[in-house]
Design a protein around this ligand. Sequence first.
Ligand SMILES: [Fe+2]
Ligand SMILES: [Fe+2]
Length: 360
Amino acid sequence: MSGSADLPLDYGREQLLDSGPYAEPLIAGGVRCHGGFDAAGRYRSPRTVHRGPAIRAWQGQLEHTGHSLLGIDPALMPPQYPNVEQARLLLREGVRDPVVRRLTIISIVEGFGAVIRDVRVPDLAAWVVEPIGGTALAHLAGGLFEAHARDEAGYRDEGGHKQMWEAARDLALEKPRIPGDVLLRMMGQGPGRRRERRRLFPHLDEDLEIVLATMAQVLAVEVFAMGAFDWGERLLSDPEVSADPEGARALVSYIRSDESPHVEYLRTALSEVAARQLRTVDGGIVPGRDVVRELLHRTLRGLTRERREEQRDDIRRSVIEAMKAHRDPAGLLERFDALETRWTPPERTGFEPAPADGAG
Ligand SMILES: [Fe+2]
Ligand SMILES: [Fe+2]
């Protein structure tokens, strides 16, 4: 099958994992990483020789059949805490732990991305009413999840985003001391915390619900990560606080360019589900659109409200703790708080459930 722009719609697993040749590999902080440079010295993301055109072809096909590609409103992205100005202040005043902690958390969260390869993908063709041949959906288990996992956590002797963030941190802040409780605290408060996953759609196959919920969650995290990457790039490229502004900036910019296929394949696959109908375990049929929208709505509400508050409060506690060694903790905290970005989440996620019949 081929797509609207005559790009093929079907790809083998090895194709979706293929990086093609590089003129020069990427070495970050002494670690061989994924990706590399072409003969002109331009960075090329890993595993995109076919994955890039494939995603464009699936998106073209979706639009060609009269459906739109869903997207998360960037206005939903909470501001960074500490923001760039606050982080600069901390570094200038010698209070480094909170910034080191934040950068280390980013690298750990990147590494967590590898769990996407462990998501059990059910027989989607059996649960989706309309055909799924030649879609991103049909390629999730056939290379897309694996490529994503490798990009985030590295593969074999090649580092991925986890190692690239560690290298950027160590270049800019000269191998700082890493607070010993980063992982522990994350497990208690942060994205590693296990929340009870309640079934929202008990009439759907459980694996189907889990794969769709995971994609909605990861898409939101990927979109919001852009704010953290922008923060990291601006902070670590500032010569006033960074020991290697150019090296650190370049690394973060490579990571950012690698992220684009993640956001794109996830929103494509979710849009493909939204354009179709799903079978229930009891022989019924539900619109995929309702399921996808509800999952995105819940995820976005959580990330922009309770989760954001919890993370901010936890970070502020660790900032206050780290300031204790400063000569004027109260004065510094006052200056730090004055720089905070005030933010209220938008009223709507854009994925609110459709109103009941006749309600407009
Ligand atoms: Fe990443
Ligand atoms: Fe990613």
